[in-house]
Design a protein. Sequence first.
Length: 483
Amino acid sequence: MKSRAIDSLTVFCLGLGASTIAIAAVLARNSPLPDAAPLLVFAALFALAENQVAVLPNRASASASFMLAMAAIVAFQGQGPLLGALIVGLAGGLYWPHLRSGDWRKILFNSSNFALSSCAAAAAFTPIVHGSGERASTVLLLASVPAALAFSLVNLLLLGAVVSISTETSYSAVLRELRPRIVQILPFALLGVFMGRLYLDYGAVIIPLFVVPILVARQAFASFLALKDSHQATVRILIGALEAKDPYTAGHAERVAGYAVMIGREMRFNTARIERLRFAALMHDVGKLVVPNHLLNKPGKLTAEEFDIVRSHEAVSVEILTRIDFLAPVAPSATSEAHSMSEGADDSARPIEPFIVAVADAYDAMTSTRSYRKALPQEVAFEELRKNAGKQFNAEVVESLIGALTRSGAQHGAGFEEEPHEFAVEPPTVGTGSAGLGDLADAQAADSPAIAQDQASMASSRINEAAKGRELMRENSTEGASR
């Protein structure tokens, strides 16, 4: 299967390279050639920008190279702008790590991709400025918008094809993942018009100024990545604390996050929204840090008093999340009130993320062994979710999860647990109920009212201790983000 993908990728890259050469030959025959000196300068700057690339969390790359393509298009108006843009774009394949490794397919693809994308931008730009005053700033700026869209569209289609082939992923799914990039280059289009106009007015003397935006853009992307890294580090610390307290709870959070991401993709969320959803799912149980382990892992049903103590983790979760700036938007997902279905209420007007976390949480609760019940078969979990759709769970979210799991072929539940957890007391084989669904023990099952009161006091004390530490956590998070 992998060798077939490699063969398809080779054919695709060779075909794309041949098409680029053919288009360049046609343009060279039917349009004037740009001056060699500025052409080489713009090409060298384009290559420099690509070697200052930053790899974003979704594995896409970001650089200021389109600014150079746009500047070249403006500078070469009247002397072969399409051919000039194409040749400048070819330099985008001169990425040093690829040259050093000798990966000719990546070099060929990147050169062809940038060349054709730049040529498409020139084709969209030139007719608008032709005959309307080639140096009219307003016209140049307006024309940069369709040029940026043309560049992004061609780049998106070609990059989507090569990613789809190499990863054997659906082309439409790849395009949805890459789609946000379309609008990201518009600021570089406007800056490129400005730099190209300066070149027309002052000539080669302003060329050194082109290096400044390249370096500034690289630093901006690096700062963005550093901020993302600090966010990830904060989440890792909290998950690590859960892991230290109870490995099962941390594993549950990771699984819920995985199911939530599946739902988000099924519902066609964009990359940024899926990332927020993943954080919400990972952190929905963080308040369990203050819940006594003997209650989290109690083999039998919880009493009403014990259930109230366990439920206290929701308030703690919300409190922790609201005090960490980048996690504050996902705080509502940590409380059951946020995703409860209200009869007669307009639930469609509420954010759907809490509903997604609720369904993912319930599915994992049913298909994994808990202290109070062994794992249920996946089919039973599906049946329970559908039975409570529109009442306890959002129906659209339920069907999205079931559809995604069915298409993926994933199997969970009885007989499919990947990492069985060791419980002090063997969990029983009982029905689907749990404390979270209101399946509580009789009041007399409590050891004594005094013990229940002691447990509540203990939980309250832990919550107060956590509150003192949350301010320190906020300070650490803010300090990390500022760096």
